[in-house]
Design a protein around this ligand. Structure first.
Ligand code: GRF
Length: 191
């Protein structure tokens, strides 16, 4: 294996800004991983276009083309396995995964979530942090298991909540931290 880079699959459903941050890091020859596959359940995902333009194998596997969640997941797993992926990075992949899926990639699949888990699992995390009067907010990278946003925490980045923050301003500062944290955690896991 020697200096061979670890192969990443990045799973997205939309914008793909975290995928782009990872992609940017992989341009450094000393980075220990490269993106071998960008996969989306949404054929319209902006991130798929970004990946294609960067010459990365990009596939859309829309849920609507399969008669069940099980069959859809099987197709996604086949695609991942065909690329001999070392680490799966969920980056705004908006599907809840079955335990068949999470068990298969146990210890080899991570997710980024825009809150300081275990606080604020699920959606609308920035507004919920504001509503709860949190002094601090941030993002978490964790291993993925069958419990949504519930796997072992790997790393977190924090931001201070400011008096005039809206969900948008707070979310933008968290996102900037996500873009630093995700490539750094991948670097550590792949080194
Ligand atoms: C990020 O906020 C991430 O934490 C969450 O979904 C969002 C994805 O954004 N899981 P992007 O597609 O990476 O721009």
């Amino acid at each position: 294996m020697g200096n061979e880079r670890r192969k990443l699959a990045v799973l997205i459903s939309g914008r793909g800004s975290n995928m782009e941050a990872i992609l940017q890091s992989t341009r450094d020859a000393s980075y220990p991983a490269s993106i071998a596959l960008a996969l989306s359940d949404n054929p319209e995902a902006q991130g798929l276009t970004t990946a294609k333009m960067a010459g990365i194998s990009s596939v859309a596997i829309p849920r609507a083309q399969y008669s069940s969640k099980h069959e859809h997941e099987q197709a996604v797993m086949e695609e991942i396995d065909a690329h001999q992926i070392d680490l799966i990075c969920l980056a705004g992949y908006m599907r809840i995964l079955s335990s068949d899926f999470t068990d298969r990639y146990s210890g080899r699949m991570i997710n980024i979530h825009p809150s300081l888990l275990p606080k604020f699992k699920g959606l609308n995390t920035h507004q919920r942090a504001l509503d709860a009067g949190e002094a601090e907010h941030g993002c978490t990278i964790h291993y993925v298991n069958a419990e949504m946003d519930g796997g072992q925490i790997i790393s977190q980045a924090r931001v201070t909540v400011l008096p005039n923050d809206t969900a948008d301003t707070l979310g933008a500062r968290v996102l900037a931290e996500e873009h630093k944290l995700y490539p750094e955690v991948i670097r550590q896991l792949c080194s």
